[in-house]
Design a protein around this ligand. Structure first.
Ligand SMILES: NC(=O)c1ccc[n+]([C@@H]2O[C@H](COP(=O)([O-])OP(=O)(O)OC[C@H]3O[C@@H](n4cnc5c(N)ncnc54)[C@H](OP(=O)(O)O)[C@@H]3O)[C@@H](O)[C@H]2O)c1
Length: 291
C-alpha cells in the first residue's frame, strides 16, 4: 500500500488507460533516460477516489472523484494498480458530475496532449488543419477541438470504420495514411494547410502539406532541429497536464463538446493484453477497469 508523501494524495484507482508512454516503459525503452525505482508500476492515466491525504494537502478531500496523469520525476509509481499516490500540484483534477471513471481515465494524457497541440497551432474559425493520427487517442480529441473551433479539418484514416469514426467526429475530409498523405492534402487544399497536428506518420513527408508560414505541431518530434524544413514553424509538444488543462478537458467532455472512444475495457489482470493490443493498433482508447 503506497503512502502519500507531503503534498500528495493517495487515489484508489477505479480505471486507468493505456498510452504510448506505457509501452515504452514496459519495453524498457526509457532505461538510462529516467531513474527506475523497482518495482516499477506502469501507467500514467488514472481515475478514482481519493482515500488518503499527505501532509500539507489543501483543496482536495477524501472521497472526491479525481482523474489525471501520474507526474513524477522517477519511474515507480503507476496507475495500473489498486492505489497510486500523486502530487496535487500537477496532473490531477476533479471529475465533473456525469462523467464516469472509464471515460475520465481515458482523458488525461491524450486530452492534455490534444489541448496543448491545438493551442500551439493557433487554430481558429476557417483554419485548414491536417490531423495526422486522427484515429488515435490524442488525434480524436484534437480533431474535435479543431472542428469545434470552426476549422476545416482533414483527418487521416484507412479502414472503413476509421473513416466513419473521424467523419462522425466532424472531419470535413479524410486522407488515407497508407498512401501519400501530403499529395492527397494538396489535392484538397492546393496551397497547403495552415497547420499539421502530427501524432503519427513521417513528419518530414507531412511537412510538405503545410503552406508557407504555417505550422507543424508534433507530439513526436522532440526538437525542431530534427525537422529541417524551411518556411514553416515546427513546435514540439510535451503534454503538460496542469489542473487547469485537465479541468478544461473534463469540462469539454461533461458538456458534450467532445467525446472519447473507449474501444475496449480490460480487467487489471489483463493489463499485459491491453498493452499488447494498444501496441498493435487501436481506434481510440483502451481502459483497464479496477473494481
Ligand atoms: N509528447 C507528448 O507529451 C505525448 C503525449 C501523448 C502522446 N504522445 C505520442 O503521440 C502519439 C499519439 O498518441 P496516441 O495516444 O493518440 O496514440 P494512438 O492511440 O496509438 O494513435 C495513433 C493513431 O495513428 C494511426 N496511425 C498509424 N500510422 C499512421 C500513419 N502513418 N499516419 C496516420 N495515422 C497513423 C494509428 O492507427 P493504428 O492503430 O491502426 O496503427 C492510431 O489510430 C504517440 O506516439 C504517443 O506516444 C506524446
Amino acid at each position: 500500500m503506497p503512502e502519500p508523501r507531503p503534498g500528495e494524495v493517495r487515489v484508489q484507482v477505479r480505471a486507468a488507460s493505456i498510452n504510448g508512454f506505457d509501452i515504452s516503459v514496459a519495453n524498457s525503452r526509457l532505461k538510462g533516460m529516467m531513474e527506475h525505482r523497482f518495482p516499477v508500476v506502469v501507467g500514467k492515466d488514472f481515475a478514482g477516489t481519493i482515500d488518503a491525504l499527505g501532509d500539507g494537502v489543501a483543496g482536495f478531500s477524501i472521497g472526491e472523484r479525481v482523474f489525471g496523469v501520474v507526474i513524477k520525476d522517477v519511474l515507480g509509481d503507476g496507475s495500473f494498480g489498486e492505489y497510486v499516490t500523486v502530487p496535487t500540484s500537477m496532473g490531477i483534477a476533479r471529475i465533473p458530475e456525469g462523467v464516469d471513471f472509464t471515460e475520465a481515465a481515458a482523458l488525461g494524457l491524450a486530452g492534455t496532449a490534444a489541448a496543448d497541440s491545438f493551442d500551439a497551432a493557433g487554430i481558429s474559425e476557417g483554419s485548414t488543419v491536417l490531423i495526422a493520427g486522427a484515429t488515435g487517442g490524442v488525434g480524436q480529441q484534437a480533431l474535435q477541438l479543431a472542428v469545434n473551433a470552426g476549422a476545416h479539418a482533414v483527418a487521416t484514416a484507412h479502414a472503413r470504420e476509421e473513416v466513419a469514426k473521424v467523419r462522425d467526429l466532424g472531419a470535413a475530409s479524410t486522407v488515407d495514411y497508407t498512401g501519400d498523405v501530403s499529395t492527397q492534402v494538396r489535392e484538397l487544399h492546393p496551397e497547403g494547410v495552415d497547420a499539421v497536428l502530427h501524432f503519427a506518420g513521417d513528419p518530414v513527408a507531412l511537412s510538405s502539406a503545410v503552406k508557407p508560414g504555417g505550422v507543424l505541431v508534433s507530439t513526436l518530434v522532440m526538437d525542431p532541429h530534427q525537422l529541417p524544413v524551411a518556411g514553416i514553424r515546427v513546435v514540439p509538444i510535451y503534454a503538460n497536464p496542469t489542473t487547469a488543462t485537465l479541468q478544461r478537458v473534463a469540462r469539454n467532455h461533461a458538456e458534450g463538446h467532445t467525446t472519447v472512444t473507449v474501444q475496449r475495457i480490460y480487467n487489471l489482470d489483463e493489463a499485459p493484453d491491453a498493452l499488447g493490443h494498444f501496441a498493435a493498433g487501436t481506434l481510440g482508447k483502451l481502459v483497464i477497469s479496477i473494481d
